[in-house]
Ligand binder design. Structure first.
Ligand code: NOJ
Length: 576
C-alpha cells in the first residue's frame, strides 16, 4: 500500500531522502538522456524502496557545462529533461504515492549564457548592468578562497564585451548574481514562488553561503546572506505550508548552524563535516573522528534537522578536514591521482569501501541512526561503481543500472548516443550490479537497505529523538542512545510490538520505542564492548530488526561481542 502524504510541517525530520540525477536515472524516450518522465516511470521502485522524499538535481534550462548548475533560464525546464507538464506529472504522481519532491535551486549564480548576463555584460549602463558583480579591479575581495582550485586561478574573469572583470565562485562560466541589488533578490523570490506554486515541497539551496561580497572578509557566511535567508523563509512560511529548505553550506559546524537561524532560516543543513569523518573512522578503526566532530557541533533548534549523507553527485569533499586529515584521506581513498577532483575524491560509495558489504552495512546503519535525516544517492542502494576515467564528477554520474540488459536497462538508445557510458567492468558493470537481480535476491544489498529504511521509518526516535554518546574503553566501539525524554504511552505501544514477526516488520506502529541503543564496531576484527547501562537496571534489550530479546540490564556493565564491522540497534524497554 503506498504511503499517504500527511499534513505534517515536520515531515523532513522523519524522512529518508533519495537524490536523483535525472540525466542518469531513466531515459523514457530513448534519446540517450535521462528525463523527468523517466523519474516518473521509476516512482514505483522508489515507493517500494520506502523513501519519503526525492531530491531532484537541477532540471532547468542549461548549457549543461556543470551538470545543470549553470542555469540559462530559471523559470523553465530544459527541453532535454522534458516539459513543465512532465514535472507536474512527476510531482503529482509522487504525491499520490506519499513521496515528496524537492529540487535544487541555484541561487548564487547563473550560466554566462543566461539572458540576464548577456544583457548585463553588454554595457556599463544597461538596465541589468548591476545584476552581476563587476569591477575594474581584480584584486578586490582577495581574501575569498578559490573553490575549484584545480581548474580556476581567480574568482574574477575578464569580460571582453564589457571590458571589466566579473565575479564567480565556481567555474568562470557561472557568474555570481549580485544580491546587493534588490531586483536580483526579488527576481529570485519570484523564481522560488513559481516552483512552489507547482507543488514542489522545497529546495536544496545550492552554494548559499556565497551570496554577498565584502572587502576584508572571506565573502562567506556574511550577515547579509542570513538576512536574505530570513526573508526567503518568511515568504515561504507565509504562503506555503509543509515546505523545506535544505542548505548546501560546506562549512565548519559553528558556521553551519547559523544557517538554521532561530528556526527562521533553513529547516535543514547538510552535515558536511561529519561525512568524511565517517570514512576516516572506519579506515582508522576508531570512533574518534566521529565523536570529536559531533562534540564540536552545537545544538540546533528543535524543529531543525541535519541532512546526513555518505556520497552525492559531487566529489567526497575534503574542505572541512585538516591538512593532515586530507593527506590521510587521499592516501587511503584516492590511491590514483585521477580519483582526485577539486578538493576531494570523485568516487562512489561502493568502490570507496572496496565493495565490502560489511562496511557498507556498518556505515549505512550509522547514517540511518545518527541525528539527522539520511540522504541516499541514486545507485548506492545497489552498490554501483564509478568510472574515474571520465572528466570532472562524471565519474559518479553514470547511468543507473536497472537490468542486465542493453545499456543496463537505462535506455534503448544506441550505446554511442548515451550521455555517459554505463559501467561494464566485471565487478561493478550492469550485468553484475543492477536493480532487477538484487530485487530478486533476498540477500542483496538492495533488500538489506529496504529493510533498514523500514526499520528506521518505524521508529520516530531516529528522526526526532535526543542523542547521547555512551562511553566504552574500547576505541573501536561507537555506542549511543537515541531517546525521547517523555515516555509516550509505552505499554500500549509495546503491546502492538509483541505481535510483530521477524519477517513482517512492516506492521510496527510508527511511534514505538522511546529509547534506542545503537552500537557499532568500527574494526575489521571482532571486538568486545562493555557499556554502563545501569541507569536502565531491570529493563531489557530488544534487537530492532528481528525483535529478538536480549538479557536484562543489571548494575554490572552490559557485555556485547560484535563481529567484524558488526552493529546492533536495540530498543531499551521495561515493558516485556
Ligand atoms: C554545488 C553543487 O553540488 C555542484 O555540483 C556545483 O558544481 C556547484 N555547487 C556549483 O553550482
Amino acid at each position: 500500500m503506498p504511503k499517504e502524504l500527511k499534513d505534517d510541517p515536520l515531515w523532513y525530520k522523519k524522512a529518508v531522502f533519495y537524490e536523483v540525477f535525472p540525466r542518469g536515472f531513466y531515459d523514457s524516450n530513448n534519446d540517450g538522456f535521462g528525463d523527468l518522465k523517466g523519474v516518473t516511470e521509476k516512482l514505483e521502485f522508489l515507493s517500494w524502496l520506502g523513501i519519503d522524499c526525492i531530491w531532484l538535481l537541477p532540471f532547468y534550462a542549461s548549457p549543461m557545462k556543470d551538470g545543470g548548475y549553470d542555469i540559462s533560464d530559471f523559470e523553465n525546464v530544459d527541453p532535454s529533461y522534458g516539459t513543465f507538464e512532465d514535472l507536474i506529472e512527476l510531482i503529482d504522481k509522487a504525491h499520490s504515492m506519499g513521496i515528496r519532491v524537492i529540487s535544487d535551486l541555484v541561487v548564487n549564480h547563473s550560466s554566462d549564457q543566461h539572458p540576464w548576463f548577456l544583457e548585463s555584460r553588454s554595457s556599463r549602463d544597461n538596465p541589468k548592468a548591476d545584476w552581476y558583480v563587476w569591477s575594474d579591479d581584480d584584486s578586490l575581495y582577495s581574501n575569498a578562497r578559490i573553490i575549484f582550485t584545480d581548474v580556476e586561478n581567480s574568482n574574477w574573469a575578464w569580460d571582453q564585451v564589457r571590458q571589466q572583470y566579473y565575479w564567480h565562485r565556481f567555474y568562470s562560466h557561472q557568474p555570481d548574481l549580485n544580491y546587493d541589488n534588490p531586483e536580483v533578490q526579488e527576481v529570485m523570490l519570484n523564481v522560488v514562488k513559481r516552483w512552489l506554486d507547482l507543488g514542489l515541497d522545497g529546495f536544496r539551496l545550492d552554494a548559499v553561503s556565497y551570496l554577498f561580497q565584502r572587502n576584508n572578509t572571506n565573502c562567506e557566511n556574511l550577515p547579509e546572506t542570513h538576512e536574505f535567508l530570513k526573508l526567503l523563509r518568511k515568504e515561504i512560511d507565509s504562503r506555503y505550508p509543509n515546505r523545506v529548505l535544505l542548505a548546501e553550506v560546506n562549512q565548519w559546524p559553528t558556521d553551519l548552524v547559523d544557517y538554521f537561524g532561530e528556526d527562521d532560516e533553513c529547516h535543514m543543513c547538510f552535515q558536511f563535516p561529519l561525512m568524511p569523518r565517517m570514512f576516516m573512522a572506519v579506515r582508522r578503526e576508531q570512533r574518534l573522528p566521529i565523536t570529536e566532530i559531533l562534540s564540536l557541533t552545537p545544538n540546533i533548534p528543535e524543529n531543525c534537522q541535519w541532512g546526513l549523507f555518505l556520497r552525492n553527485h559531487d566529489e567526497l569533499t575534503l574542505e572541512q578536514v585538516s591538512d593532515e586529515e586530507r593527506d590521510y584521506m587521499f592516501s587511503e581513498y584516492a590511491k590514483d591521482n585521477r580519483m582526485k577532483r577539486h578538493m576531494g575524491i570523485a568516487r562512489r560509495f561502493a568502490p570507496l569501501v572496496d565493495n565490502s558489504r560489511s562496511i557498507a552495512e556498518l556505515l549505512h546503519s550509522m547514517l540511518f541512526s545518527l541525528p539527522g535525516s539520511p540522504i541516499l544517492y541514486y545507485g548506492d542502494e545497489i552498490m554501483m561503481g564509478d568510472n574515474t576515467y571520465l572528466k570532472d564528477r562524471d565519474s559518479v554520474r553514470t547511468p543507473m543500472q536497472w537490468t542486465p540488459d542493453r545499456n543496463g536497462g537505462f535506455s534503448l538508445a544506441n550505446f554511442e548516443q548515451l550521455y555517459l557510458p554505463p559501467l561494464m567492468d566485471p565487478v561493478y558493470g550492469y550485468q553484475s550490479v543492477n536493480v532487477e537481480s538484487q530485487f530478486k535476491n533476498p540477500g542483496s544489498f538492495l533488500q538489506w537497505i529496504k529493510k533498514l529504511i523500514t526499520v528506521r521509518s518505524n521508529y520516530q526516535v531516529f528522526g526526532s529523538g535526543k542523542f547521547e554518546i555512551l562511553h566504552d574503553d574500547n576505541p573501536s566501539i561507537f555506542a549511543f542512545l537515541r531517546y525521547f525524554e517523555e515516555q509516550i504511552g509505552a505499554s500500549e505501544l509495546i503491546e502492538e510490538n509483541t505481535v510483530v514477526e521477524v519477517d513482517n516488520i512492516e506492521i510496527i506502529d510508527q511511534t514505538s520505542a522511546n529509547k534506542v541503543l545503537c552500537i557499532y564496531n568500527l574494526s575489521r576484527f571482532a571486538q568486545p564492548a562493555e557499556l554502563d547501562l545501569s541507569k536502565y537496571k531491570g529493563a531489557k534489550l530488544v534487537e530492532l530488526s528481528g525483535r529478538v530479546l536480549f538479557p536484562q540490564i543489571t548494575e554490572s556493565p552490559y557485555r556485547f561481542t560484535l563481529g567484524p564491522h558488526g552493529y546492533y540497534w536495540f530498543e531499551i524497554t521495561d515493558q516485556i
